[in-house]
Design a protein around this ligand. Structure first.
Ligand code: NAP
Ligand code: ZN
Length: 348
């Protein structure tokens, strides 16, 4: 049988992504089959394709910001029918029985199956993500998308959106809070939009000189170049909450110094290197350093609906799949405005 799914895959940590074909499972009774229209490009795709975190199984087909159209459903599927719009984020399965699953926090399930690079019990290989023409997913992990939204600009909400929405909700960020966002890439630009939509006063901390006007358009009140020591000193002890989205090693002590007493810095960025920290950065002003991983399925749907209601989308640069390797290089240079989104028609 000829493989029905065309994709782009990395064959090793050092190779560029290139054409690859494989076959998806036929939909099981609770599965939805989706023809993928758009897939966002997350920095996690780069970390994984290049095996920067360790644990990548090759070939690796990245992509977990998926929007498409349902082309088949299993006999038990209730939420979707053929022709519906649908979306898939970072997860495609979990045990559905543990405490985290019961609390709608599937991302913390021990048996979590990620959209790519997780063992796939159906094929014996690993899961393959959204740099592909179609995907088959249990309906619980498929999100509803309204007809009214811009589909390409909605795709990155499935990871960049929920990963920044969730901590802002969890720590109840809103009116009266002064919030810092570190890094203006895919996650960072959504953190600015959400924090501002929730009523907080937002300061962006960036290493890039050319992003200030965009950050203000996204809702930032102020933009600080984080390499400018005087500017950083002037903001010491001014913030209640920080979302740090940086994808590479950077100075966390400097960021913690921006917090007021009892302030919290939430790390969502997943730099491959271990973090070095001066204990005084936490101890002296009772600061908290926390982390946050994407968000549960119910919260992801809530976020998509919130965005559809409020007209919030991602700022994107649409690309054909054959631009993906160049897109990776540009992201590593922080030259992304502010999410690359693959037009999956270019895979056909
Ligand atoms: P991205 O679009 O490439 O943006 C990262 C931004 O970080 C850059 O645009 C740049 O912003 C800043 N940056 C890059 N290198 C830096 C350095 N050496 N020093 C200081 N700042 C630097 O990446 P993304 O897709 O938003 O992902 C960001 C990170 O979050 C990645 O590590 C990714 O794996 C992780 N992630 C985590 C989760 C989760 O659940 N926690 C989910 C998705 C992604 P400026 O130009 O403004 O400085
Ligand atoms: Zn992601």
């Amino acid at each position: 049988m000829t493989p029905q799914t065309r994709a782009y895959a990395a064959q090793s940590a050092k190779s560029s992504l290139a054409l690859f074909s494989f076959t998806r499972r036929d939909p099981l009774p609770n599965d939805v089959k989706i023809d993928i229209l758009f897939c966002g490009v997350c920095h996690s795709d780069i970390h994984t394709a290049r095996d920067e975190w360790g644990g990548t199984t090759f070939p690796c087909v990245p992509g977990h910001e998926i929007v498409g159209r349902v082309v088949a459903v299993g006999r038990n599927v209730k939420k979707f029918k053929e022709g519906d719009l649908a979306a898939v984020g970072c997860m495609v399965d979990a045990c559905r029985e543990c405490r985290s699953c019961h609390e709608n926090l599937e991302q913390f399930c021990d048996d979590l199956v990620l959209t790519y690079n997780s063992p796939d019990e159906h094929t014996g290989a690993v899961t393959y993500g959204g740099y592909s023409t179609n995907i088959v997913v249990n309906e619980h992990f498929v999100l509803r998308v309204r007809n009214s939204v811009d589909l390409a600009a909605t795709a990155p909400l499935l990871c960049a959106g929920i990963t920044t929405y969730s901590p802002l909700r969890h720590w109840k960020v809103g009116k009266g809070h002064k919030v810092g966002v570190v890094g203006l890439g895919g996650l960072g630009h959504m953190a600015v939009k959400f924090a501002s939509a929730f009523g907080a006063e937002v300061t962006l901390f960036t290493t890039s000189l050319g992003k200030a006007a965009d950050a203000k358009r996204f809702g930032a009140h102020e933009v600080v170049i984080s390499k400018d020591e005087d500017a950083m000193k002037a903001r010491e002890k001014t913030l209640d909450f920080i979302v740090d989205t940086v994808s590479a090693k950077h100075d966390l002590d400097a960021m913690l110094g921006l917090l007021r007493r009892d302030g919290t810095l939430v790390l969502v960025g997943l730099a491959a290197d271990p973090i070095a920290l001066n204990p005084f950065s936490l101890v002296r002003w009772r600061h908290s350093l926390a982390g946050s991983l994407i968000g549960g399925i119910a919260e992801t749907q809530e976020m998509l609906d919130f965005c559809a209601d409020r007209g919030i989308t991602c700022d994107i640069e649409k690309i054909n799949i054959d631009y993906i390797n160049e897109a990776y290089e540009r992201m590593i240079r922080s030259d992304v405005k502010y999410r690359f989104v693959i037009d999956n028609a270019s895979l056909k």
